[in-house]
Design a protein around this ligand. Structure first.
Ligand SMILES: Cc1ncc(COP(=O)(O)O)c(C=O)c1O
Length: 442
């Protein structure tokens, strides 16, 4: 699309998600093409992608093998139901996914997004306890500042106030929250996992004492909280959560929608931290975002309790028309093959120290009060402007876009998650551009 065509585009009908619609439509930023590390904007500028789209295009954009798989599948069979029917790609994709999931989490339930994966995982947790005669375990524990998507379950266990506010009267009732782990005073500019903060996991014991373990189905956390502004777990924190869950018969759910598929240099964060959850959600990088796809990996214990524990007939009354959609799963197969063939997780691990050094080079830059990173996930927190929280982050993002680099603002935190195919010079360029933008923004 050229500039003229873009100017003639009617922007009014599309009610845009998580967007300041009026602000955006008064000065739109349109992307019209993508390849490798770059988008092309509608006015023909190359935009270096510092965010893998939205934490999802891990292998880089429009990879030939994935494009071909999508095209072939669309021509061969557009859709087939997976309710009491099946098609090969869904089974193939589940098998390929299960090769990479941790421990015995080898049973894959498909959804179409991270939000649906989260709600599916919450329902599986409830169904598991019920199948074992512990249907009284209905409470979920999550964490302040957690992001688990936007459906009712995910919103209810979500800990970002703005995402809950309009719906607060209608949340899933039994949810309680652990404190988040960010403490800038104690741990500012930590490289990797902060040393401070493992004791915050002990808050789970307090909630167990308060509610009684027999009422709690599961704890759900992002191993590294992404959307809220990159909160890296303190050393020992996730291990401690695992221990406490085990002690009380509580399931542990890792929401790996961002951390999954190589972002920390291992297939999942579970392997990076050597902490195996009972249920694991994924989406985004599962098929390099070539088509909507989400999934839940369930342990043998959970799968068998539900599937083998049901006398006959349908075992789990849950599923989506598009669970295991042919095009989405064909894209997943091609993506996982590509990850393996190009050893992209090893490449992600190799780039992580380069990324760490580059992002921390912004220490001392104007407005910067903290920098956090792990693997190829990074956050730069800016001091908010007096009376206008979020304005500085937004303006820096717009400046970067004008200068040809895509970053993601979350309030006054700038977030980074480059594709794993990034070259070292491109990582350097991302942070050099951010530094220049920060110099220009008040
Ligand atoms: C940890 C986590 N869970 C769930 C979601 C929701 O995924 P989706 O936007 O695909 O519904 C996201 C999205 O960023 C996420 O980061």
């Amino acid at each position: 699309m050229n500039d003229r065509a873009a100017n003639m585009l009617d922007l009014s009908a599309f009610w845009m998600p998580f967007t300041a619609n009026r602000q955006y439509k008064s000065a739109p930023r349109l992307l019209s093409k993508a390849k490798g590390m770059y988008y092309t904007s509608h006015d023909g500028r190359r935009i270096l992608d510092g965010t893998a789209g939205l934490w999802c295009v891990n292998a880089g954009h429009c990879r030939d093998e994935i494009v071909a798989a999508v095209q072939e599948q669309a021509a061969e069979m557009d859709f087939a139901p997976t309710f009491q029917m099946g098609h090969p790609k869904a089974f193939e994709a589940a098998t390929k996914i299960a090769k990479h999931t941790p421990g015995d989490l080898k049973h894959i339930f498909f959804a179409n997004s991270g939000s649906e994966a989260v709600d599916t995982a919450l329902k599986i947790a409830l169904a598991y306890h019920r199948a074992r005669g512990e249907g009284h375990r209905t409470r979920f524990i999550s964490r302040e500042r957690g992001y688990h998507g936007v459906n009712f379950g995910g919103t209810s266990v979500g800990g970002i106030p703005a995402n809950r506010k309009a719906y607060s009267g209608a949340m899933v009732p039994a949810v309680d929250f652990l404190p988040h782990t960010l403490n800038i005073k104690e741990a500012a500019f930590s490289k990797g996992q902060p040393k401070w903060g493992a004791h915050l996991a002990d808050e789970l014991e307090r909630l167990v004492a308060l509610h009684d373990a027999s009422t709690i189905a599961a704890v759900i956390v992002e191993p590294v909280a992404g959307s809220t502004g990159v909160l890296v777990p303190p050393q020992g924190y996730l291990e401690r959560l695992r221990e406490i869950c085990d002690k009380h018969g509580i399931l542990l759910i890792f929401d790996e929608v961002i951390t999954g598929w190589g972002r920390l240099g291992t297939p999942f964060a579970a392997q990076y931290f050597k902490v195996t959850p009972d249920l694991l959600t994924m989406a985004k990088g599962t098929n390099n975002a070539a088509a909507p796809l989400g999934a839940v990996a369930a342990s043998a214990r959970i799968h068998d309790a539900i599937v083998n524990g049901t006398p006959a007939g349908i075992e789990l009354f849950h599923g989506y028309t598009y669970s295991g959609h042919p095009i989405a799963t064909a894209a997943a197969c091609a993506t996982i093959d590509l990850y393996e063939r190009e050893q992209l997780f090893a490449r992600s691990a190799k780039l992580a120290p380069v990324f760490e050094e580059a992002i921390h080079s912004l220490r001392g830059a104007r407005h910067v009060i903290d920098i956090r990173n792990l693997g190829l996930i990074g956050g730069v927190e800016l001091a908010p402007r007096d009376g206008a929280p979020g304005a500085r982050g937004y303006e820096t993002f717009v400046r970067c876009f004008q200068k040809g680099v895509l970053v993601r603002p979350a309030g006054d935190i700038l977030e980074f998650s480059p594709p794993f195919i990034a070259e070292e010079e491109q990582i350097a360029e991302i942070f050099k551009t951010v530094g220049e933008a920060l110099n220009e923004v008040d």
